[in-house]
Structures are given as C-alpha cells and as structure tokens.
Design a protein around this ligand. Structure first.
Ligand code: Z5A
Length: 214
C-alpha cells in the first residue's frame, strides 16, 4: 500500500526553535491573500481528542510513556486528526496547513529514539494512508534552535532531551528530505526571520498556483 498524496495539504517540520510557529502564519496568510480558504492546525493535536493525547505526550507526568507508547500515541492522535479534521476540510475545498505531521514521528521516534522504521511505515501506511503534497523543512542548527527555545522559559517533556537527541532528529529530517526531494523542501532556518519568510513565501506562491480553487 502506498500513501495518497494530498496536494492542498502542506506540513511544516523542523527541530526545536526552527521558527515553525512564525512561518505557519505566513503560509496561511499567503494562501488567504490568494482568496483561498485555509485550516491551520498542528500535531500532536488538531482535534479536541487529539489535543488531549498531546497533553499526555508532552506534559510532565509521574510516569513517562515508554518509546513504543510514545509513537503509538503520536499515531493515534494523527489518525484522529486526519479523519476528523484534515480530510473533511480538504473535502470542503480548504487548504490544510499543519505544524508537523508524520515526518516528525520518523525523525523523533524513528531516528532519535531508534524505533523500528518498518513498524512506523506499517502504521503510517495502514492507518494514516495520506501524506502532504508539500512539506517545508525548516533546518536549523541544534545550538541556534535551542538557544531560541531556551529564551522562552519552560521546556516540555521532549524538549528536555539532550543535544545529541536533537542532532539525530535533525539528521533524520535531512535524510527524509534527501529521499523525497520533490515533496520535502529544505529551508535554511539559521537565517534571520525576514530571509526565511521571503523564501517561504516564494515557495508557497509558486506551489499554490498549480492548485488554486476553480
Ligand atoms: N513530536 C514527536 O516527537 N513526534 C511526532 O510525531 C510529532 C511531534 C508530531 C511538539 O511540540 C513536540 O512533539 C516536539 C516534537 C514532538 N517536540 N519537541 N521537543 P510543539 O509543537 O509544542 O513544539 P515544537 O514543534 O518543538 O515547536 P517550537 O519549539 O515551539 O519551535 P518552533 O515553533 O519551530 O519555533 P518558534 O516558536 O516559531 O520560534 C522559537 C523562537 O525563536 C521565538 O522566540 C521566535 O521569535 C524565534 N525565531 C523564530 N525564527 C527565528 C529566526 N529566523 N531568527 C531568530 N529568531 C527566530
């Protein structure tokens, strides 16, 4: 079974402090300026139940999920998100822009936690079944990203991992981008916000022109 590519579904990926929160509004606004309807969402989360799963995953609890449970919860949240929000929104003619999607599970749980990629592929193909038409990977050095995030104060459970974990996450993302260059576009997010924004806007305008509403 292969994944169905959804042209009007865009995901945004990157390590900590890559600037996704900043860039996602830019993508949404660029599409809206073109007269398009856009649903902005995020993972883990995006529906009320998926947001509850997000809290289980990211908040500090007395008992942290073991890695297998972490990935199963990520996928549980994703399947709910796809079926309750992403597919219905696309069906109604909107674009969907998500802060993270399945590539994050491969980078964080697959590469960095070392879980079996075959099992992740099976979960993805059998339960998720779809993928974004376009993924923007904001690639930032771990030092730069973490220094941005640390200024923000409290770190969530996964953000408390050590630097080598995040180096592996970054390598994982870059390996996926190398394997799927047509879908995953790498943006150098070490640059200042204005330079990143200009590059993102250009990519979105170029991509959107082939997929606008009638
Ligand atoms: N996760 C997973 O393990 N597996 C999965 O399948 C999925 C997720 C879906 C989600 O947390 C966590 O779940 C995440 C991966 C894991 N874990 N970690 N760790 P989240 O969504 O709450 O957090 P995040 O995704 O890690 O986002 P973030 O840390 O908030 O990063 P960001 O959104 O990319 O950064 P930002 O908030 O836009 O920017 C951070 C600061 O930098 C801010 O003050 C900005 O003003 C500043 N900034 C942004 N861009 C620039 C530039 N270009 N120059 C200078 N300063 C900048």
């Amino acid at each position: 079974m292969t994944l169905q590519s959804l042209p009007r579904f865009i995901s945004l990926e990157g390590g900590e402090g890559a600037g996704k929160s900043t860039v996602i509004s830019l993508i949404t606004n660029t599409l809206r300026e073109l007269g398009e309807s856009v649903v902005q969402t995020r993972e883990p989360g995006g529906t009320p139940l998926a947001e509850e799963i997000r809290a289980l995953l990211l908040d500090d609890h007395d008992e942290a999920p073991v890695s297998d449970v972490e990935v199963l919860l990520m996928f549980a949240s994703r399947v709910q998100h796809v079926q309750k929000l992403i597919l219905p929104s696309l069906k109604h003619g909107a674009w969907v822009v998500s802060d993270r999607f399945a590539d994050a599970s491969f980078a964080y749980q697959g590469h960095a936690r070392g879980l079996d990629m075959h099992k992740l592929n099976v979960l993805n193909e059998e339960f998720v079944g779809v993928q974004p038409g376009l993924t923007l990977l904001l690639d930032v050095s771990v030092e730069t990203g973490m220094s941005r995030v640390s200024k923000r104060g409290q770190l969530d459970r996964i953000e408390q991992e050590d630097l080598s974990f995040f180096e592996t996450v970054r390598e994982g993302y870059l390996a996926r981008a190398a394997a799927e260059p047509n879908r995953i576009r790498i943006i150098d997010a070490n640059q200042d916000e204005a330079s990143v924004a200009a590059q993102v806007r250009e990519i979105i305008l170029d991509y959107a022109k082939d997929h606008l509403s009638e």
